[in-house]
Design a protein around this ligand. Structure first.
Ligand code: ZN
Length: 272
């Protein structure tokens, strides 16, 4: 096998892409009920990042999925300790509108936040539902990133629902978490059609030939890397991108540059 990519050769030789440090826009933090994740403390996650050549992650705390108030405070504090390496999403649970409003009010004071995280499937509430409106309006007013879980066939967050909110809120940059897993082609079409929708690769990277399809149909400039740290080992996920049959510029865009471009205007008062 001939490998014509300097990034791939470097990765295979050293285990990291030193010339293309990775930015992961879909990370988490902490325990998750019923699932064993051996390396979930801040120190262990940073050690994993070091080992795999990940420069920066953006996390939504696991705790925040079930206890928005406690979990957002926790991840905001942890991420703020690692300027330039760790940022966070404010997790918004539409089932608790009063608490949600108070969480949004705290956004500005928590410097590590660069956007919001929605998980409509987990919260069993549709992305297009009325109770997401305050968070969407908040994000639109500040031109934030919104990472939303998307999943094929879901009543709560299938790609067609993302298209509806992307149309309504062009000021928000939506990251389609998992790229609408199982409805990849519909999600690609939405990312192609809407300037404010990006494909996020968590779990999708493992589907053979899919990244090539995404680059062909949507363009490498609309794809961002993520791997759900500490769920999955970044070595595998990065390897899937590195070894895919795309150009070197596309590798660089997906692993780092698109995310750097999206983060730059949203990072507040922190030097990396
Ligand atoms: Zn996730």
């Amino acid at each position: 096998m001939v490998i014509d990519s300097a990034i791939a050769q470097e990765y295979l030789r050293t285990g990291i892409c030193a010339s293309c440090r990775v930015i992961d826009l879909h990370a988490h933090y902490g325990h998750f009920g019923g699932i064993y994740m051996p390396n979930h403390t801040p120190e262990q996650m940073l050690a994993t990042m070091e080992r795999c050549g990940v420069e920066t992650i953006v996390s939504a705390g696991h705790t925040a999925l079930v206890d928005m108030v406690r979990g957002n405070a926790e991840i905001a504090e942890i991420a703020a300790q690692y300027p330039g390496r760790w940022y966070a999403y404010l997790t918004y649970n539409p089932n608790y509108p009063d608490e949600g409003r108070r969480e949004l009010e705290l956004y500005e004071s928590r410097v590590a936040f660069v956007g919001l995280k929605f998980h409509p499937s987990h919260h069993a509430y549709p992305l297009t539902g009325e109770r997401y409106r305050p968070a969407l309006e908040f994000a639109a007013a500040r031109r934030l990133l919104v990472l939303t879980h998307t999943w094929g066939g879901s009543a709560y967050d299938r790609p067609e629902l993302l298209a509806q909110v992307a149309e309504r809120y062009p000021e928000i940059t939506f990251l389609a978490g998992h790229s609408g897993h199982g409805q990849f082609y519909e999600c690609m079409e939405i990312a192609r059609r809407y300037a404010n929708v990006y494909l996020e690769l968590t779990a999708a990277y493992a589907v053979r030939g899919l990244i090539e399809e995404m680059v062909d149909r949507v363009g490498a400039h609309k794809i961002v890397f993520g791997c759900d740290l500490p769920w999955f080992d970044p070595h595998y996920a990065i390897g899937c991108v590195v070894m895919t049959h795309i150009g070197e510029e596309a590798r660089r865009a997906i692993l780092r540059e698109n995310a750097a471009r999206l983060l730059a205007p949203r990072v507040r008062g922190r030097e990396g």
